[in-house]
Design a protein around this ligand. Structure first.
Ligand code: SF4
Length: 178
């Protein structure tokens, strides 16, 4: 089930991270590994985003790919959430691997005391608010990826890379969203 986001809490977290640029103790942020440029995407590519360089100056990054952590190889057949299961384009059920990766993401985020997760949009693992609908026709529906759902269930706030690009620009006023 998709959970409600606490926009006010997210604004406070972003401010804490931004303040960390001038402090010794910096906040930790879990980030989808493909956004950091790691070639862990299903097709062997990545989704590098320049904004991560800015975020690195403010907080400590913990890069993680839940699908690889769950035991899936790269490259791999694309998968989408179909109801409660995750199914590949070839019809294989990979739910177990996705759930294993999600559990590891939660364990890591709690152990490292991550205050925020920045996760790749639309992914069946990392998608946040919008994911593909399970028909493999590039159709989107509302919902979260398996890992994002698990992170939210333990109270970790999640934003997309597009939101991160807005929140972490020099000119952004964190509290304007409250
Ligand atoms: S599972 Fe997440 S981190 Fe891994 S490639 Fe997919 S979107 Fe990126």
């Amino acid at each position: 089930m998709q959970q409600t986001r606490n926009v006010s809490a997210i604004a406070d977290i972003i401010q804490r991270i931004r303040d960390g640029a001038s402090r010794k103790k910096r906040e930790k942020i879990l980030i989808s590994a493909c956004l950091m440029g790691e070639a862990c995407r299903y097709d062997g590519g990545h989704n590098y985003k320049q904004i991560v360089e800015k975020i690195k100056t403010m907080g400590d990054i913990i890069s993680f790919c839940p699908e690889e952590a769950g035991g899936l190889s790269t490259p791999r057949t694309p998968a989408e959430r179909c109801g409660l299961r995750v199914i590949t384009a070839d019809g294989d059920d990979v739910t177990e691997a996705f759930e294993k990766g999600a559990k590891q993401a939660v364990t890591l985020a709690i152990r490292e005391d991550c205050c925020l997760a920045i996760m790749k949009s639309k992914s069946p693992s990392c998608g946040n608010g919008t994911i593909y609908d399970g028909t493999f026709t590039h159709t989107l529906r509302s919902g979260d990826g398996v890992t994002v759902e698990a992170l939210r269930a333990v109270g970790i706030e999640v934003i997309t890379e597009a939101e991160a690009a807005i929140y972490f620009t020099d000119t952004h006023d964190t509290h304007q969203r409250k």
